[in-house]
Structures are given as C-alpha cells and as structure tokens.
Design a protein around this ligand. Sequence first.
Ligand SMILES: [Zn+2]
Length: 497
Amino acid sequence: MKKSLFFMAFLSLFTITAQDSILIKSKVANAIVELRDFVSIPNDALNPDDIDSNLFWLRKKFTERGFNTSILETDGLPLFFAALPVDDNKPTILFYMHLDGQSVDPAKWDQKNPYDVVLKSKDGDGWKTESFSELNDDINYDWRLFGRSTSDDKGPIVMFLNAIDILRKENIDIPYNVKVILDSEEEKSSAPLPQAVRTYKDLLKADFLVINDGPVHVSGKPTIIYGCRGITTLSITTYGPLNPQHSGHYGNYAPNPGFQLAQLLATLKDSDGRVLIKGYYDGITLDDATLEILKSVPDNEEEINTNLAISTPEKVGSFYQESLQYPSLNIRGLGSGWIGDKARTIVPATATAELDLRLVPESDGDRLKSLVKEHIKKQGYYIMETVPTKEERMQHDKIVTITEGSVTDAFRTDLANPFGNFIVNTMEDKFGEKPVQIRIMGGTVPISPFINELKIPAFIVPMVNPDNNQHSPNENLKIGQIAYGIQLFHALLRTPQ
Ligand SMILES: [Zn+2]
C-alpha cells in the first residue's frame, strides 16, 4: 500500500517534471526564433537609427504579451518602458536590461554577419556550425548561438518574454506588479538614466530592482550579485628640467622626475599591496556572517593565479572575494621619457602616473582623493591643478600636478534584504542549490548612478554563460542558459515574496 502510494507520488512528480521540461523546451525553441529575429536588427548605440528599429520590435513583442509600453524621451536616446496593469496591493518589481550592443568589426568574427545568428557546437577546441533544422527534434543545451548581443543583453530580454508566455498560459495571477525598463545607451555609459529617474519618478516607482545583465559566476552556477564597486581617477605628474636634458651633461645635477614619482608612489602602499595612507580603509568591517558568504563563493584561486601567472596575491584581503570589499588604489599607467628602441639618454622633463581608485559604499570617492592629495602634500610636494610655469618650477623643489576624474559611486544592497532572500530562496527551490552570492563585484557598472537615484534595493541576477565573449568578436549564448533564464524569470514571477 505504502509502496504504491509512494510510486504514484513519484509518478505524478515525474509527469509534472516531464511536462515542465517539454514546455520549457518549446519555449526555448520559440526564444531561439525570437532572438534570431531580434539580433538581426543592428543595435549599435553609436547609431541612433538602429535603436529606433529595436524599439519598434520591442513594442510589438511586449504589447503581444499584454504589457502597456511607452518610449521615454531623455536627453540622449529614448528608453523603452513596459508594465503589466498595476494593482496597488502588490509589491512592484522593476527589471532593468539593455537593448543596445557594442559596435562590431565583422572582419574579426568567425561569421560573415555578427547580426545574423549562427548555431554552433563544440568541436575539440573550436566550434562547428550546425543547421538550425537540426534543433527541431531535440534541443542540445550545450550548443550556442553566436551573434552580437545574444548574451549582452538581448538574450535575457527574450528569456523574459518567453517566461511571461508560460505565466499567461498557466493563467497565473502574478503576485507582483511587473515593470521593465530597457536602456538604449548602456554600452556608452547610460548617461540619461539618473535624470530619467527624476523625470519618470512615478512610472519607475518600485519596491526592488532586478538587473539582468552580465554573466553568472565562472563556475556556471546560478548567481546573485548585491553590488558593484564605483570608480574615480587621479593623474599625477612630477617635474624635472623644463625640457629633457642630456643625461651626460646633467645626470647627477638636474633632478629626475621619474625618481621623484617612483619615490612618491612607493610611499602609497606597502609591499603586500595595502594602502599606507591613514584612514583609506576606514568604515569597512566584515562580520562573521558576511565573511561566511564571501567564503562560500566557489572561486578557484589556484586557477585565478595560474591564469594571471602570479605567484602570490596581494594581501588587502586574505582571499579573492575579501579583497574586493575594500577600495583599491591602482597604478593604471606610468610614463616618462621614451622606452624600448626609442629610449634616449636624457633626464626627462616630466613623469606621470595614472591612478584608478575602485570604490566601495563605505569609501567616498572625493574623500579618498583628498586623502591621497594630503598624503602627497605631507611628502613635501607643492600641489597644482595645472602645468606649472617656469617661475613656479623654480620656486619649488618638489612640485606635482594632480588632476581628478569624476566619481561613479558604488552600490551595495544588504545581504539580509528580504527581497534578496526571496530571490535566493526562489533560486534554491528551482535549481536545488543555493546560488553563488556575490556581495560586491570588482568592476563598475554604468547604471550605479541610476540605482543610487532610485534608492531601492537592487540585485544583479545574470542569466548568461561566463564565457560569452561579451563586448568581443564571437559573442555567444549557450542554449542551456536560455532554459535557465526562462525558468528563473518564471519562478521569480510566480512565487510570492
Ligand atoms: Zn550588458
């Protein structure tokens, strides 16, 4: 008796799963058709005409699925907005994705037209072109679609649309208000977005933001990201003789700007890579719960070190994820005189270091820049914002020009945020394991000012494979990721928070 009950339960579970997977496969097939169509419309953000045709396509596809759509005019290119009818008793999710893509150089692609999607299977270390007709019987989730924006970021838009189809078919009352904002200028820094938040305040009003852009963790596992670092820059120039001088005539006599700069830079950090300026890391504390989540990220540090060919990492943090929780101070470029075949026997006139400072929410960019400047002043330097005149050079032994770049703030949503917990739990239920939780990613996304302006919890939920060649020739999307994205959007939109 018990046995047969168990068997029946097993059977019905199996039937549901099997039906589920047939439905998902049919939606994956449909998504492939739609993605080929969408990708065939070029979307170079540098070409506004391209964007219009994409908006037209989107308007049709979202309207078909019951969305109200509008084109939001901005100082730059228009944004696309879509929403399902609003019910004031439900919480609101705002999804952010982008429709523009990086420019293409067809000569560097292994296909004629980067906007004409090509299907490929793995063939040793390379790829073999497959016919789309081969896909009809059984979709191979390891095969890939090659084309511009298949992954970044048209793929996720199409996954979203197909998840909506399933919800409509199931006749589910979605427990959320669903709003979608699609950016037309992500690849050229999303400049109009922060102002758009002010202009379209009511339209964009939401309880939380889900950003579907970028790849999942390198392990390929389901991933949620709670923030990303900001950035600012500094340029530092030291001065020697007014013009480069013969090193025979003036070596030992004219002060050398390269040595000055090297000595100055050496005071900024210890040999383990930690910034020596007092207060640089102020305000950052990592409690045990946070450390546990940082440690749970399945990074393979041996592999990272091998890929980078480094023997020992710096010690700002004791492991990779921990190191990203702090602001960085990086020399991104260094120059004086000439090098290599062009090296000359001179005392150079100037030496310049370009610095970038990656920021975390605890570290205000303007504050860090002034800490660096104060530190330089303490080393006896006279600081200027412009190039010194001859008179000024003669007045000061140690003179430096510092120019500052603008600040893009970091953003980070609390790891314990209830909307974040909802996303994590939904992913765990759906895929049978806890997703990789990234507290803050090292890079900077152009939509940080948009997120900070919205002032709502924000989560990056990537949908695409880590090896998708984003921004490069041969951008691709693994078909299995389409199934993943459809399932995840579907689960998020049918699970009450
Ligand atoms: Zn993107």
